[in-house]
Design a protein around this ligand. Structure first.
Ligand code: ZN
Length: 233
């Protein structure tokens, strides 16, 4: 399984508290999650400041699953590279969309909705599995607690998911569809809400297991050819 990580990298430069939680940045902790899996090959970790954001045509062509974290720079991400990501998802590349990457151009284009939501910081989240037979829930507890996370509240403007696997319930009383799957073209997409940049959720073993399961689930069994490779009947 060839995995590529995109971590925007903007918060690490602007908020020193991010590096207090994640000394190697969010890209670093996501790398650790990937490297815990057997038979995986991490191709690259791209960021907003890399040439082509690290998401070159060559890299994406080889990528089975793209893990994507982004936040305040969603609007700065180049349109042509967002389109490139979108095209690869449609052909079959798995797409794991973490936390505020819900607002990235590639995801919102694939969804066709605003992907906006209600939010506030520093809440306690109960992540409850509502779909225990789904591959992404295998080996995951029925429910677990994230002591500090950012509340995402409904209405979250996403289209109707294929499956809702996790519900987030917050101490403030808010709820959200915390883990959802979508299919676009040949591509499998998983959105997962935990992962605020100053909260330690990516160290939580259940969160790590969910991301790892999602990578296996989203790995394509086949990729569609490029549009240019289609031949007339
Ligand atoms: Zn956040």
């Amino acid at each position: 399984m060839n995995i590529t990580i995109f971590n925007e990298g903007r918060d690490e430069r602007r908020k020193p508290e991010v590096l207090e939680v994640y000394p190697n940045g969010i890209g670093g902790v996501l790398r650790d999650i990937v490297l815990e899996m057997e038979e995986t090959n991490l191709l690259t970790i791209g960021c907003l400041y890399d040439e082509e954001c690290g998401l070159t045509e060559d890299i994406l062509e080889k990528t089975d699953v793209l893990i994507y974290w982004s936040h305040g720079g969603n609007h700065e991400f180049p349109d042509e590279i967002a389109k490139r990501v979108q095209n690869h998802v449609l052909r079959g590349m798995g797409f794991i969309v973490l936390h505020s990457a819900i607002g990235c151009k590639a995801f919102t284009s694939l969804m066709g909705t605003t992907c906006t939501f209600r939010y506030h910081h520093d809440d306690k989240e109960h992540v409850i599995c509502c779909n225990p037979t789904h591959p992404i829930a295998q080996g995951v507890d029925d429910r677990f607690v994230l002591e500090v996370e950012e509340t995402y509240g409904e209405f979250m403007d996403i289209p109707k998911p294929d499956d809702i696997i996790f519900i987030g319930w917050f101490s403030s009383g808010e709820v959200c569809r915390s883990g959802c799957t979508f299919t676009r073209g040949n591509g499998k997409i998983f959105f997962f809400q935990p992962g605020h940049e100053t909260n330690p959720s990516f160290y939580h073993p259940q969160v790590r297991k969910i991301i790892q399961n999602a990578c296996h689930w989203a790995t394509p069994t086949r990729k569609l050819p490029k549009v240019s490779e289609y031949v007339a009947l």
